[in-house]
Design a protein around this ligand. Structure first.
Ligand code: MF3
Ligand code: CO
Length: 264
């Protein structure tokens, strides 16, 4: 990933909004299918068909980030169940069960621009502790977004996320971060989910960033499975992940993705 921050025009932001909206609609479509008995590979097929039928390309498929150059990612979605934090791989052997939580991360390329969003879903009735983890993680995302305003600094976003999650008794995964998004799925700058306010890069109008806290109910430490992708909580306690693509403007953050297709 280049260090160059690409500032977007109003028109480019509208195109990233279109891409982000297709991701949001895909997550909304998946919400109808997330219930006990569904296989995570079935969800992946539904998402891929939905994206392609709307003129998009699944952005994760064949993506080979620097940490995994020799192992391109083979799926449309990341489906991370319970103690899995991120990058869980859809499988015909993973059937969702009542009481699970599943973090679904999705990216699309549409009209030359990328959108990226993630949501943690409940499978049927879940334990109150999992419900609270989900709520706090989503709240942390929105606390971060509130700070994504021109003139603030990256650390203002990071600290707002960290404080909310940790004050609620949870821990922030530190090894993975949010990122610029638009012309590529991952652009500069990095957007950590922990840090100190009034530190880091200054935010300017026209930056577009994906903010994506990963919050563990236990300790923050993670491990990677032998598949080379699946990241899970080392203590095997549940983890949640929410992500929005957000444009930095003067006086406000404009959320380009939306959870309305999931929650309404
Ligand atoms: N969507 C992840 C992120 O939010 C990246 C997924 S990596 C992939 O940044 F290889 F699975 F695509
Ligand atoms: Co992302």
């Amino acid at each position: 990933m280049s260090d160059r921050i690409i500032i977007k025009t109003k028109q480019e932001i509208e195109l990233i909004r279109e891409s982000s909206l297709l991701v949001s609609k895909t997550l909304g479509e998946l919400a109808k299918h997330i219930k006990p008995g569904v296989l995570t590979l079935e969800l992946d097929k539904i998402a891929e068909d939905f994206i392609r039928s709307h003129g998009g390309i699944p952005a994760f498929k064949n993506y080979a980030p620097s940490f995994n150059e020799s192992r391109p990612y083979p799926f449309t979605l990341c489906t991370s169940v319970n103690e899995e934090v991120v990058h869980g791989m859809p499988s015909m052997r993973r059937m969702l069960q009542e009481g699970d939580i599943i973090s679904v991360d999705c990216g699309v390329l549409l009209n030359g621009f990328y959108g990226d969003s993630a949501y943690t879903f409940a499978v049927g009735e879940i334990a109150p502790a999992k419900r609270r983890l989900m709520e706090v993680t989503k709240q942390s995302l929105y606390k971060g977004i509130e700070k994504a305003v021109a003139g603030n600094r990256i650390g203002d976003i990071s600290q707002a996320i960290q404080v909310h999650a940790e004050m609620s008794g949870f821990s922030i995964v530190r090894e993975m971060v949010g990122h610029g998004v638009g012309h590529a799925m991952h652009e500069a700058p990095e957007v950590p989910n922990y840090g100190r306010r009034n530190s880091g890069l200054r935010l300017v109008e026209g930056m577009v960033i994906a903010i994506e806290p990963m919050v563990n109910s236990g300790k923050r430490f993670i491990q990677t499975a032998s598949d080379g992708w699946t990241v899970y909580a080392a203590d095997k306690k549940p983890s949640a992940h929410y992500e929005h693509s957000v444009a930095v403007l003067k006086g406000k953050a404009e959320i380009l993705s939306t959870f309305e297709f999931i929650e309404n």
